[in-house]
Design a protein around this ligand. Structure first.
Ligand code: 17E
Ligand code: FE2
Length: 417
């Protein structure tokens, strides 16, 4: 396969990409535009990017909003309550249908890697079993990592720890936690130590829902980062949400950032979800309830964006489009400078790859698997500005998606001559 007239990120020229046996075999700069022959794909000057990554989504809960009850307050805590009413109704075919629909939606929007959370606060563990089974069944179509996520507390929910052990036996890839939701600070801290202990014992990655609350005293991130640092596990550990950081004072944050930098842990922010769920106990002024994405990024601490939810008890919108999440995120985090726009796709591509520990098989480079997307736009800036559609998705050299951009006929109002 040969793709011609393609633009690459941070480059001005046009390029030809050669793909042999599912790998990039050559990437060559063109001196001019080429007229396509029969077996070439013409990119028409559009942008080739490594595939989008959804690093944080709750597939077990996707498409359940309003079942049986809607979240009226819009808080995280009511979301957890509403979900606990839906959980007893879960069964394998219900989960399969919703997960497949959602994965299809993500794939149709350029996603080729997913990290999903599977709730372990459920004696049946049907969500964990079904998501692990689907991960294996879909392995030749999309790469999925499953996080064992103790929604109601690793140490506060009855048998929470035993259920996590069982989830590890079933085969989750990543250990999760929820320290801000444990009954006490002591339990929250102990849960962070337990998560790291399990990750070391079973050689797993870690992704904790950490400090997802507006409480400035929720400081479990420092415990997680310190445990990661002392056990030399940083690059394998992720702190998701960390919204309390938006409420920490600057003096504490200044001290905290030294640890975060030394620990080398990763961050995931879910901007649409957090702007919706957080700030709910404020009147005015009202907090934005996001972690310090701009400052983490400026400090060269790895941070990426995820959607978190698609039509579930926490968030009743969502459409699988990471470009939408990115657009919201850049606005909310005030990352609207020229330099921000020029590199913005990192937040839903390269940074996410680092978080998922998949860098060995990710990126548009000779020798890497030929997995990429073609975006309607010529660079990061224009793709974001026009919310450019995914025109093509190629996975391991196979075309898995083609999209014809819509043609709009407008009245002849303006004479461009
Ligand atoms: N569960 C949780 O604790 N936090 C979230 N943002 C979602 C589920 C979606
Ligand atoms: Fe989440």
């Amino acid at each position: 396969m040969q793709l011609i007239n393609a633009r690459l990120r941070q480059q001005k020229s046009l390029f030809t990409l050669d793909i042999v046996d599912g790998y990039f075999s050559a990437i060559t700069e063109q001196t001019q535009q080429i007229v396509a022959t029969e077996n070439q794909i013409d990119a028409f000057g559009n942008l080739v990017s490594a595939p989008f990554i959804e690093p944080h989504i709750h597939l077990d809960a996707a498409l359940t909003a309003g079942e049986p009850n809607w979240n009226h307050s819009g808080t995280l805590f009511e979301g957890i309550e509403r979900w606990s009413e839906r959980k007893p109704l879960l069964n394998e075919s219900d989960i399969r249908q919703r997960v497949l629909k959602t994965v299809e939606l993500l794939v149709s929007n350029g996603v080729q890697f997913i990290r999903t959370h599977a709730d372990t606060s459920d004696n049946s563990l049907v969500g964990v079993r079904t998501l692990c089974a689907l991960r294996d069944e879909l392995a030749d179509k999309i790469e999925i990592q499953v996080v064992g996520f103790p929604q109601d507390g690793l140490l506060s929910f009855p048998n929470g720890l035993a259920l996590m052990q069982e989830a590890i036996e079933i085969g989750v890839d990543v250990i999760g936690g929820i320290p801000h939701f444990e009954y006490t600070r002591e339990l929250g801290e102990a849960s962070m130590k337990k998560v790291i202990e399990l990750a070391l014992k079973y050689n797993k990655l870690v992704d904790v829902h950490c400090d997802e609350i507006d409480d400035p005293n929720s400081r479990f991130l420092e415990v997680l980062a310190c445990e990661a640092l002392f056990n030399d596990l940083g690059s394998r550990v992720t702190a998701s949400h960390t919204t309390a950081m938006g409420s920490y004072d600057n003096a504490y944050c200044s001290k905290l950032f030294r640890l975060l930098k030394n620990s080398n842990i990763n961050f995931i922010s879910c901007p649409t979800e957090s702007i919706h769920l957080q700030g709910r106990f404020d009147s005015y002024p009202k907090r934005r309830g996001l972690t310090r994405v701009k400052e983490l990024n400026e400090a060269n601490i790895n941070v990426c964006f995820g959607q978190d939810s698609i039509f579930d008890p926490w968030y009743s919108l969502g459409n699988g489009k990471l470009l939408r999440t990115l657009d919201f995120g850049l606005h909310i985090c005030q990352m609207m400078g020229y330099a921000d726009f020029s590199t913005a796709l990192n937040l839903i591509t390269d940074n996410s790859a680092k978080t998922l520990n998949i860098q060995d098989r990710y990126g548009v480079e000779v020798g890497k698997p030929a997995s990429f997307i073609l975006l309607d736009g010529e660079d990061d800036y224009s793709v974001i500005r026009k919310q450019g559609e995914v025109l093509l998705s190629v996975r391991l050299g196979e075309v898995i998606l083609k999209r014809q951009p819509a043609r709009v006929v407008t009245p002849n109002w303006i004479d461009y001559e």
